[in-house]
Design a protein around this ligand. Structure first.
Ligand SMILES: [Zn+2]
Ligand SMILES: [Zn+2]
Length: 259
């Protein structure tokens, strides 16, 4: 308790929107700043969760056009200039405290999403080890841990690995992004399972011999900070499904595109 008081005196919590010290003490965001975030409203795309302008279509134009190997996903806010600033501060100014607010808002708003997937494992989209070293943390991993605490779902930060450092995606179109990301992710070797020659595939079967690779989850919820064209989630889904994961969902703080 004393320690918490000292920490909040020395490092008072800052607001994810205006970056000023949050009042009243104990709040995660200034009450006045909440309406500055654009929370995703219905109707939304049944695949990626982006806002739709009318409920005549079930899917956004992006999801109608592109192959989506994942089941579906949800996002909290629109990736507008306010959100862009907030996400950049998390990553580049080490404002990890902002994720406390976003995780709580996601858990509150999408409680049903997690409740219906009690056996799912939360898997953050990984960053390359070199980037992890320079930044010191993976924002998606930090978000996944917070969501795990709030929802009671297991978190696995080792399942997916980033095998290749990719060129910045900003300037690329959706197809180029997906191409750029090909071979960028892999399921960690410890979770990969090769059937012995002539033996049936016994992945995920009960009674698997002890000492074999750790069990691969059947259902994964990918966790990321920003969903733009969906190519990162698509690339991660493909490697997870190729390894034997049956269902892949995603949860993201921000979502762009849609309409
Ligand atoms: Zn504020
Ligand atoms: Zn969509």
């Amino acid at each position: 308790m004393l320690r918490e008081c000292l920490v909040s005196l020395l490092f008072p919590r800052r607001c994810p929107v205006c970056s000023r010290i949050v009042l009243p003490e104990g709040a995660l965001i200034c009450p006045d700043c909440v309406p500055k975030l654009h929370f995703i409203r219905q109707p939304s795309c049944k695949k990626c969760g982006a806002e739709l302008i009318s409920d005549r279509a079930e899917y956004c134009p992006d999801c109608q056009r592109r192959q989506r190997s994942f089941e579906s996903g949800v996002a909290l806010i629109r990736y507008d200039t306010v959100a862009q600033k907030s996400m950049a501060a998390v990553k580049y100014k080490n404002r990890r405290e902002y994720l406390d607010f976003y995780a709580e808002a996601i858990a509150r708003r999408y409680g049903y999403f997690f409740k219906h997937r009690k056996d799912a494992v939360l898997v953050p989209v990984p960053v390359h080890p070199a980037r992890l070293r320079s930044r010191g943390f993976n924002q998606a991993g930090e978000l996944a841990v917070r969501l795990g605490q709030l929802t009671g779902l297991l978190v696995n930060e080792r399942l997916l690995v980033r095998t290749r450092k990719t060129a910045p995606q900003k300037e690329l179109g959706p197809d180029e992004r997906l191409r750029n990301l090909r071979h960028a992710f892999a399921v960690a070797a410890e979770f990969r399972w090769e059937p012995a020659p002539g033996k049936p595939d016994s992945r995920n079967l009960p009674g698997r011999a002890a000492g074999t690779a750790p069990e691969l989850p059947q259902t994964v919820i990918l966790i990321d900070d920003i969903y733009t064209t969906g190519s990162t989630i698509e690339a991660c889904t493909r490697v997870l499904k190729a390894a034997g994961v049956r269902q892949v969902y995603f949860v993201s703080i921000c979502i762009g595109g849609g309409l």
